[in-house]
Design a protein around this ligand. Structure first.
Ligand code: ADP
Ligand code: ADP
Length: 232
């Protein structure tokens, strides 16, 4: 589903080049919840941003749905990008737009017909439990509710992959648990493959099937969550 082959990423940097990804090799199978954990600066954000092409790799290949992202035409890339949804630590909602319009945004940008948008947004808001918030604005919502809006927006185009960038790091433990529960439901009911990055081991232990541990741009350990955690 997602595969990194010999991936390197170097940023120019201010004083010296920064080697953010150093010979990364790993594979996420369809239907998995795969977690990447590591301290700040390990290279997690860079890794996840290479999947949806917010960053391009310096060397190596990133394969998504059998296609090498590093060799696609812009129109092929647009098709693949619709297959990938993403949620963020700080939600990245449009504060001047209603919840309805925030969720609708990817479909508006795709020029989806209005009646289809309405049906899809109604269904998504129902799925994340926010049907009664459609006409409100992000500032009127709690952190957990905002992340639910982020999740609904990420699912709008029916992706097969959901990327989560520290999606629960700004939330309290109880809200974190409810968002993780929603991620499990998305994985199970919609069969969406999830790649998440976090600095919190507890998140990995709670929802992930597999884990890769990153340090200084390298994957230093990987395997099933059970194996990695039972290793002394
Ligand atoms: P993490 O998500 O694990 O905190 P990042 O991928 O954000 O790690 O960062 C990995 C390394 O790359 C860090 O040393 C960071 O300072 C550096 N880095 C990240 N983004 C940039 C950038 N746009 N320009 C230069 N260096 C960057
Ligand atoms: P703006 O883009 O100015 O923030 P709104 O987000 O209020 O405007 O609404 C944009 C369009 O989305 C409206 O014209 C309407 O068709 C639809 N819409 C907004 N809120 C709802 C809602 N609660 N239920 C159904 N449709 C809505």
């Amino acid at each position: 589903m997602i595969e990194f082959i010999d991936v390197d990423k170097t940023y120019p940097g201010i004083e010296a080049p920064v080697h953010a990804l150093d010979n990364i090799n790993f594979k996420v199978d369809a239907g998995e919840i795969y977690g990447v954990v590591g301290y700040s600066g390990a290279g997690k954000s860079t890794l996840i941003r290479c999947v949806n092409q917010l960053e391009s790799v310096t060397e190596g290949k990133v394969i998504v749905d059998g296609k090498d992202l590093t060799s696609l035409t812009p129109s092929e890339l647009r098709v693949i990008k619709k297959r990938i949804g993403m949620i963020f630590q700080h939600f990245n909602l449009l504060n001047s737009k209603t919840i309805y319009t925030n969720v609708a945004m990817p479909l508006i940008l795709n020029k989806t017909p209005k009646n289809e948008i309405k049906a899809r947004v109604t269904e998504l808001l129902d799925f994340v439990g926010l049907s009664d918030k459609a006409s409100q604005y992000p500032d009127q919502l709690s952190g957990g509710q905002k992340q639910r809006v982020g999740i609904a927006r990420a699912l709008a185009t029916n992706p097969s992959i959901l990327l989560c960038d520290e999606a629960t790091s700004a939330l309290d433990p109880q809200t974190t648990e409810s968002i993780l529960e929603l991620l499990r439901k998305i994985n199970k009911e919609y069969n969406i493959t999830i790649l998440l990055i976090t600095h919190e081991m507890s998140v990995i232990r709670d929802v992930c099937h597999k884990v890769a541990v990153m340090e200084n741009g390298k994957i230093i350990e990987r395997g099933s969550v059970f194996d990695v955690f039972s290793n002394p």
